[in-house]
Design a protein around this ligand. Structure first.
Ligand code: HMG
Ligand code: MG
Length: 303
């Protein structure tokens, strides 16, 4: 067992979470991002510069970036599928960007309207433009443990896409179980295979919790030395291109797990619970985090 001493949390709630929730106001999004930063989260995916026809919930990302009071040392990142998105992200003041590919042809077509090969042609100018401005680029891979359209996804395909994103210049590759179907042994095998091509320090776990396995999968991958975890406050969201997929693993649940393992994150769990409760007051549901629900119930009993 090679548990990492420290783990970096990539908070994706304001983007991955809110892109699939009923629209909330720009002011509520700004308050959420600010609360997450105050809780000690050092990396916040704040919005997406994608087509508003495809994902209307992210149409105000420019206004969100423009409205936040920034904390020193926090990275405010954006999703950018193409050069148009990259330019908009730069105009909005994003610190970093992420491109997103898939390990499944069918998902690539539905999500970004092109083949995997064509997606790399779109990413190349984004990476070149980012390099020219000294902006770091993160790379996502969707469907690493299964696809909503084609079912099984070959591990070889995941490895190939990861190696290509890394070779193109992505400093980190986030491995997405988009529909949350994976189980621990499968997650470990996938991570192990990718880590033979891309150093594990450059890999992130991005697990949705549809089948309730995300935390178990993360625990299994921590054993292999994974040290970057994507999560969403209150377990917000889903994926607009994966019907029935639920949100990312909840940040509160990940923090509790890591605390129990003695792994440092520098994040204040109670403050993240507050941020999750606050954003859920704008939604038709409460936090989808067992830890948040337990702690909020405890607070109610003692007040
Ligand atoms: P397209 O239709 O193939 O692109 O979309 P196009 O270049 O032909 O442009 C068509 C129209 O879109 C034009 O507008 C463009 O201006 C506009 P029109 O002339 O028709 O009025 N357009 C844009 N508008 C704003 N921002 C842009 C942009 N680009 C073009 N950047 C495109 C291609 C990729 C843009 C489209 O398919 C798209 O936006 N898809 C949305 C994908 C998305 O946001 N998915 C959810 C995020 S990914 C995810 O959640 C998975 C992840 O979490 C990991 C995991 O869990 O697996 C990351
Ligand atoms: Mg996702």
């Amino acid at each position: 067992m090679t548990l990492p001493a420290q783990v970096k949390i990539v908070e994706v709630g304001p983007r991955d979470g809110l892109q699939s929730e009923t629209a909330v106001s720009t002011a509520a999004k700004i308050a959420l991002v600010e609360a997450l930063a105050m809780a000690g989260l050092g990396y916040i995916e704040t919005g997406a510069f994608v087509s508003p026809k495809w994902v209307p919930q992210m149409a105000d990302s420019g206004a969100v970036f423009g409205g936040i009071q920034r904390q020193a040392g926090v990275t405010y990142a954006a999703l950018t599928p193409n050069l148009q998105g990259f330019s908009a992200a730069m105009a909005a003041g994003a610190d970093e960007v992420a491109i997103f590919a898939a390990a499944s042809e069918a998902f690539s077509q539905r999500n970004i309207n092109c083949s995997i090969a064509a997606s790399f042609d779109r990413f190349a100018p984004v990476i070149a433009a980012a390099r020219a401005r000294n902006i770091r680029v993160r790379g996502y891979i969707s469907c690493v443990l299964g696809c909503p359209y084609q079912g099984e996804v070959s591990q070889q395909q995941v490895v190939q896409v990861a190696a290509q994103l890394s070779a193109m210049g992505c400093y980190e590759i986030s491995l997405g179980d988009t529909i949350g179907v994976g189980t621990p042994l499968q997650a470990q095998r996938m991570l192990g295979a990718v880590a033979e091509q891309v150093p594990i320090q450059q890999l992130a776990l991005h697990f949705h919790n549809t089948y309730g396995q995300a935390l178990a999968n993360i625990a299994a991958c921590l054993d292999l030395g994974a040290s970057t975890i994507d999560s969403a406050v209150a377990g917000l969201g889903g994926c607009p291109y994966a019907k029935g997929a639920s949100g990312n693993v909840a940040t509160e649940d990940v923090l509790y797990l890591l605390q129990g393992l003695g792994i440092e994150t520098g994040v204040d769990l109670a403050a993240v619970i507050d941020a999750g409760a606050a954003i859920c007051s704008h939604l038709a549901h409460g936090p989808r985090s067992n830890v948040a629900l337990a702690e909020l119930a405890k607070r109610n009993r003692s007040s």
